[in-house]
Design a protein around this ligand. Structure first.
Ligand code: SAM
Length: 339
């Protein structure tokens, strides 16, 4: 099947869908409590796309070549009946008759309860965010006193349900950079791939500063000094993560270096907000409304045409153009657009 290409020749292959802008954590680098407090105006239920609407949009994307749909948020597992959405997405067929690669990103807090149902509904894999194994450091980061143990239980429940698990850790200088080796040690030999994410200037509420970023190179060097590492080839041309394996065979780690080694050149990701706005970059300021055409009787063909024209005009490459000034630009929040 011929790929739909943007203005820079990048194919449309992945759709990330935020199904809620709400979260039960208040991670300091994502949803700081001072901003996302009691008075914060989250989307109203009627504003959210229904699960059926999300599946319909995903079906149109699949028809345009999308292979992977990642469910995210906010915290996707706080949305009621997310298993049903997985079922609907698992039923979608691409033009060649294959199904979608279905992934979910979660903070893991509700995973122990939901893993089995998600796997049974057809989820293919899960990414769990966990930034520290130290309860005090983790509580400082999630800012709701959530214990590490419960996230670890979620990870184990997902693995027990047969879901491949990746673990993502955002590293912020002076907050959890001392936990890098502890995380690596814990997940070595576990079968779960641990990936470190550079702290990014997403949104405009987290007070991002370049000096808070721990470059992936530094993280990988520190781990490699303790347990020698061997570089691995990228999984796919549009992969976000660079990969290494432990020379002693204890598994694999990854690094997502969006700040110091941007990967816009291979970015094949479209993002759909919970209220149905389509964004072509994580750092975008504006999206394209899909909810209006969805709710005013637009046909799938009309939707496909709209997506085609939005992707065809796409030139975003924020991370490659990042300067000292760009972090101050207005940008959509990550909790709204999805990670
Ligand atoms: N609630 C889910 C979770 O915690 O995984 C899904 C949404 S969350 C926005 C997705 C991912 O984005 C998480 O791994 C989170 O740590 C990461 N993230 C959020 N803000 C970030 C930032 N400023 N820099 C780097 N990663 C960030």
């Amino acid at each position: 099947m011929e790929s739909l290409l943007d203005r820079l020749g990048r194919p449309l292959e992945t759709l990330r869908v935020s199904i809620t802008d709400r979260c039960n954590f208040r991670c300091v680098y994502c949803m700081p409590k001072e901003v996302f407090g009691r008075d914060y105006a989250f989307l109203d239920r009627r504003e959210l796309l229904t699960l059926e609407e999300v599946a319909r949009v995903a079906g149109v994307f699949a028809g345009l070549g999308v292979r992977t749909v990642r469910i995210t948020g906010g915290e996707p597992l706080v949305r009621r009946n997310v298993e049903h959405l997985v079922e609907l997405l698992a039923a979608i067929r691409r033009p060649d008759g294959s199904g979608l690669d279905l992934a979910l990103t979660t903070n893991g807090s509700l995973l122990a309860q939901k893993a089995e149902a998600l796997a049974a509904a057809g989820l293919g894999r899960v990414t769990v965010s966990l930034d520290s194994l130290d309860d005090a450091a983790f509580a400082t980061l999630n800012d709701v006193d959530f214990p590490v143990e419960r996230v670890l239980e979620g990870i184990e429940a997902a693995a027990a349900a047969g879901l491949p698990v990746k673990v993502n850790a955002v590293v912020k200088r002076g907050t959890n950079d001392g936990d890098v080796l502890g995380l690596a040690e814990h997940f070595r030999g576990s079968g779960h791939v641990l990936r470190f994410i550079e702290y990014m200037d997403v949104g405009s509420t987290n007070g991002w500063r370049l000096e808070d970023v721990v470059p992936a190179e530094e993280i990988v060097r520190r781990i490699g000094e303790r347990w020698p590492l061997v570089p691995l080839p990228a999984e796919r041309p549009d992969a976000t993560s660079r990969r290494w394996r432990y020379a002693d065979g204890a598994g694999e780690i990854g690094a997502i270096a969006s700040v110091t080694q941007p990967f816009c050149g291979g970015c094949s990701r479209a993002r759909l907000s919970a209220e149905g706005r389509l964004y072509t970059c994580l750092f975008a300021a504006r999206g394209h409304d899909l909810r209006a055409p969805l709710r005013s009787g637009g046909s799938d063909e009309e939707l496909a045409e709209l997506l085609h024209s939005v992707w065809g005009r796409r030139t975003d490459r924020y991370s490659e153009l990042r300067t000292a000034e760009t972090p101050a630009l207005p940008k959509v929040e990550m909790s709204y657009i999805g990670g």
